[in-house]
Write a new protein. Sequence first.
Length: 50
Amino acid sequence: MLSHELRHVHQYEQAGSAEAFLSRYIGEIIQFGYLDSPYEVDARDHEITF
C-alpha cells in the first residue's frame, strides 16, 4: 500500500501542483471509473508486495 501511495506522490510532483493533480485525478475517475482511471492503474502497476 505504501508503494501505491508513494506513486501518487510522484504523480502529484509530476503534475506540478495539488490543483493540477486533483483536477486530473478526479476527471479520470469521472471518465474511467476509479479502478480504470490511469492514475490508479499506474499506481497499482508500481505496487511492491511482500
